[in-house]
Design a protein around this ligand. Structure first.
Ligand code: ADP
Ligand code: MG
Length: 319
């Protein structure tokens, strides 16, 4: 393609809300045969809600206080559900969990903040110490002097905590959040989100362009398969840790496939950079956009086949 054609194309692309970093991005669509798609936030709305919990209100309060430190869609769902589950007003404020503000908290101001968080029955302002975000797994911190760990059941198991539950206790397609306090498993909570309205059509269009699709997610296999089935994706890679996403891309490339990767998260950045064509959703993280060749301004999955069509047309591959 001539530079002019590319310029015209990026002009048309930007009308469609597709931002292309440069000519190489378009050129790579010549060979792309596989599109790898992140699940949460890319094909699903990324707006999660709580679908159930086995936790007592007091334990749910501890979980919500931990999750209030995270920006993850799971965290937002837990924090949003807390007022209803934990209850509002001092009577409902997680019996006793905040009553022992450690002396080390010291300042009157901090104690006042903790007390006011308690009386609201929410996570806001409560003392969460030594917070740690465990990428692709969950969160840990010290809360009210107790060691709190929440996330994938396997994360707890990796910390030597026994997590036993019946598979049929998990709502269909739900993401599981397991909670442990001081090394003791306390129960599960379940969150889920929904496919974006245009995801199924986008996948069908990619298939009609002759591309194969792969669903790639850090979420559990069951949750991944429910989404894959609904959208018509037959190849699924689930339970993939953030550092594993780029390995999946290079594994596919090793099979001789030319790979486009579509994602939105920090955990997708390496895979986006490693793919032959990286496509980011603008609603996602800056890290994802920085690592990508193409940004979908509308965060609409239908822009993926649109972008591929557009660049193929620019390259004269189709009329
Ligand atoms: P995805 O590929 O779906 O964007 P992530 O890599 O962000 O997933 O997370 C992978 C898994 O780690 C999640 O499905 C969840 O089980 C767990 N996880 C991540 N962040 C949190 C959190 N804040 N609270 C609980 N669990 C979490
Ligand atoms: Mg995501």
């Amino acid at each position: 393609a001539t530079p002019t054609a590319l310029a015209v194309s990026s002009g048309r692309g930007s009308q469609l809300g597709i931002l292309v970093s440069g000519p190489e991005a378009l050129e790579s669509t010549r060979s792309i045969d596989t599109v790898v798609l992140d699940k949460t936030g890319t094909l699903t709305t990324g707006v999660m809600s709580l679908t159930g919990t086995e936790l007592s209100p007091a334990d749910f309060d501890v979980l919500a206080r931990l999750e209030s430190r995270s920006e993850h869609p799971i965290a937002r769902a837990i924090v949003a559900a807390a007022p209803e589950i934990v209850g509002t007003g001092s009577a409902g404020a997680a019996a006793g969990t905040i009553s022992t503000v450690p002396d080390s908290m010291g300042s009157v101001e901090e104690s006042a903040r903790a007390a006011s968080a308690s009386s609201m029955g929410t996570a806001a302002g409560s003392p969460v110490l030594d917070f740690e975000n465990i990428a692709g797994g969950g969160l840990r911190a010290t809360i009210d002097g107790a060691e709190v760990l929440a996330g994938r059941p396997d994360l707890l198991r990796e910390h030597g905590i026994a997590v036993d539950f019946a598979a049929d206790s998990v709502p269909r397609g739900a993401t599981i959040v397991a909670l442990a306090i001081d090394g003791q498993f306390r129960g599960l909570s379940f969150v889920s989100d929904e496919a974006k309205p245009t995801s199924a059509a986008a996948i069908a269009e990619l298939h009609s362009l002759g591309l194969s699709t792969v669903l790639l997610t850090g979420d559990n296999a069951q949750a991944a398969e429910v989404v894959a089935e609904a959208l018509g994706i037959t190849e699924v890679r689930a339970d993939v840790r953030p550092e594993g996403k780029v390995s999946v891309v290079s594994e596919l490339q090793g099979q001789g496939r030319a790979v486009a990767m579509v994602g939105d998260g920090v955990n997708d950045a390496a895979a986006l950079a490693g793919a032959d064509l990286g496509i980011a959703m603008e609603s996602g993280t800056d890290a994802a956009m920085a690592a990508s060749d193409v940004t979908m301004v509308k965060s609409d999955p239908q822009q993926i086949p649109q972008a591929i069509r557009l660049s193929r047309r620019t390259l004269g591959l189709i009329k």
